[in-house]
Design a protein around this ligand. Sequence first.
Ligand SMILES: Nc1ncnc2c1ncn2[C@@H]1O[C@H](COP(=O)(O)OP(=O)(O)OP(=O)(O)O)[C@@H](O)[C@H]1O
Length: 279
Amino acid sequence: MSAPLLEVTDLVVEYPGKGFRAKPFQALKGVSIDIQPGETVGLVGESGSGKTTLGRAVLGLAPVTGGSITYDGKEIGHLSRSQRRALSSEIQVVFQDPYSSLNPSMTIEQILIEPLTVRGVASGEARQRVATLLEQVGLPVDARSRLPREFSGGQRQRVAIARALALDPKLIVCDEPVSALDLSTQARVLDLFIEIQERTGVAYLFISHDLAVVRHISHRVAVMYHGEIVESGEGDQVTARPQHPYTQRLFMAAPVPDPDQQEERRVARRALMTTTVEG
Ligand SMILES: Nc1ncnc2c1ncn2[C@@H]1O[C@H](COP(=O)(O)OP(=O)(O)OP(=O)(O)O)[C@@H](O)[C@H]1O
């Protein structure tokens, strides 16, 4: 196995307590996880288990009080603001809500050009890159002059994915990126994530409370419970033979579809994607 792209070791995140003399709250209690280049690691668990906190810690947005986070061999747990900015071309994020994550007063072109301009990409080259990005996420080139409100939820999420891809990142933290979408749109956006990975070799930390979604997209799965990873392994291994009692309960509550059926659906969805640019 190659050196991990991301390696999180014994990570502790503590949020300050609220109110007079309130104790700090430990949201992550010594979490270890790694992601190889081009790999998808799915993070699943009930609400409040710490999934988003782990994603935010990787993005430098959570108060790390212990352990380490290394990216490409370098410690990134305690970077200054400017060091973090420099890393933004390597690590990107796609959030859950495609309605609030895009600036409603900016055209799609402005949204996609912004990260390129910040990096000093010349305007002609940036416009060309916008056309390529739109094509990569299955949106028509004339989308560039329109506003986010003119698009469906699935199409907006495609714009958010294009924005995340603008600087050719090696890792994208995807925090419930399909949870706000209806089921058929979810399937198409998930397949888009897979296609992009096959084309670019980007790795994903894919956060979701939905087991079927995580199983569909992940090479490996980690299960979080009360701020700890209680189980991890190959996707099929964890989903077919869960070991930890919490994982067993979680999986019993949400039976996972038959893998052969899943593959058939994926082929059908791919066929559908070639005939539509919707969501
Ligand atoms: N800024 C904060 N200040 C204090 N506590 C927080 C903060 N953010 C999260 N928490 C707490 O940390 C714990 C983990 O939250 P987190 O959002 O990481 O969980 P999650 O698994 O992503 O949940 P969900 O699926 O509902 O988003 C929760 O108990 C939450 O209340």
